[in-house]
Design a protein around this ligand. Structure first.
Ligand SMILES: NC(=O)c1ccc[n+]([C@@H]2O[C@H](COP(=O)([O-])OP(=O)(O)OC[C@H]3O[C@@H](n4cnc5c(N)ncnc54)[C@H](O)[C@@H]3O)[C@@H](O)[C@H]2O)c1
Length: 325
């Protein structure tokens, strides 16, 4: 059998997360990172050199390049829609970082653009491409865990103030991950109650701690916790832990099961599974969705439900009440 054709990929945005995507594309035997654009030119040129690809002067020049097949939108949340629409209109498949966009209306607009172009537009809902979670999902589907009772998604990873300042608060930045994980494992939610706090040196106003209790349509309950305020280095740490408990069985996934003794960007240690989730996501997109038209494990419709959960968390925090969905 001949080798599949090489897909050419371009990046819009070359911040921290682009290094993980570049590594992921480089490891994908059927794809090649052909070029990138970044708003800050000097950084874009430096990253292009680092990744061994071409630097484009404008996002328009990148999406119009006829040799590119797919575009990864890796800029900040506020600009995802703008760049996804640009790339889809130019006939490119799109992988868009999370949070998919700032509002439900923006994600709906992205879905409309994807439908109009007939191209794939897949959110980077990376955790669920991790084999430990796909296995959990399979066990649930096969009835091996019985009826779901509870789902816990806990995240405690310190992000220093200068890093936290670049992101929205943890409700959007981290609970978005928790929301799509929950949807993937336990289906749609029926109600949300949330609280938030900011525990830092006072220079960053965004919340760096949030907890939510979610009632699911099946009747099971979930607890979501996201914190940039502190690491958990105690025994059996809750660095990033996902626990699913059913009437007939339970599963656990932890970042702490694969640790390298060196820092990784802002993480105090390297949790090998984290970059791996990006690799699994990128391979699913480039090896299954783009060439075969297979759907992603989590779609733009799921991104809309995620955004409903996030906005319900925000309303719950502001109005100090439970929000029905
Ligand atoms: N899936 C994950 O696990 C994961 C992890 C980290 C970040 N992310 C997401 O990836 C995206 C980028 O995050 P990052 O960590 O690389 O952040 P970063 O701050 O390192 O980089 C931000 C990027 O956005 C660009 N940008 C900012 N404002 C812009 C504007 N107005 N117009 C055009 N470009 C603009 C910057 O030039 C840079 O390329 C965010 O959506 C973030 O939520 C996802």
């Amino acid at each position: 059998m001949s080798a599949p054709a090489t897909l050419k990929v371009g990046f819009l945005g070359a911040g921290d997360v682009s290094t993980l995507h570049a590594e992921a594309v480089h490891e994908c035997p059927t794809a090649e990172l052909a070029g990138l654009w970044n708003r800050t030119r000097a950084r874009g040129i430096a990253r292009a050199e680092e990744f061994g690809c071409r630097f484009f002067e404008t996002p328009e020049a990148l999406v119009e390049d006829p040799t590119l097949d797919a575009v990864f939108v890796l800029t900040n949340m506020e600009t995802h829609l703008q760049y996804a629409e640009l790339a889809l209109a130019a006939g490119k498949h799109v992988l868009v970082e999370k949070p998919t966009a700032s509002t439900i209306a923006e994600i709906e607009a992205m879905r409309t653009a994807a439908e109009a172009s007939g191209k794939q537009c897949m959110p980077v809902h990376n955790y669920i491409y991790e084999p430990g979670l796909t296995r959990t999902r399979r066990l649930i589907d096969e009835g091996k865990l019985g009826d779901l009772v509870s789902v816990y998604v806990l995240y405690n990873i310190h992000h220093p103030e200068p890093v936290a300042a670049r992101y929205p608060g943890v409700i959007r930045q981290i609970l978005t991950h928790h929301a799509y994980i929950l949807l993937y494992l336990a289906g749609p939610p029926s109600a949300v109650s949330a609280m938030k706090a900011t525990i830092n040196d006072g220079t960053v106003p965004q919340e760096n701690l949030a907890m939510a209790t979610v009632e699911m349509q099946t009747g099971c309950l979930a607890h979501l916790c996201a914190s940039f305020a502190s690491d958990d280095h105690s025994g059996d740490p809750w660095t990033c832990l996902i626990k699913v408990i059913g009437t007939k069985g339970a599963t656990r996934f932890s970042y702490r099961d694969w640790v390298e003794n060196k820092p990784a960007v802002v993480h105090s240690q390297t949790y090998s599974v984290y970059p791996d989730t990006i690799k699994q996501t990128v391979r699913h997109f480039l090896e299954r969705c783009v060439p075969n038209g297979e759907p992603p494990l989590s779609s733009l419709d799921d991104a809309i439900t995620c955004q409903r959960i996030i906005e319900a968390c925000e309303t719950s925090v502001t109005e100090r009440r439970t929000i029905d969905l």
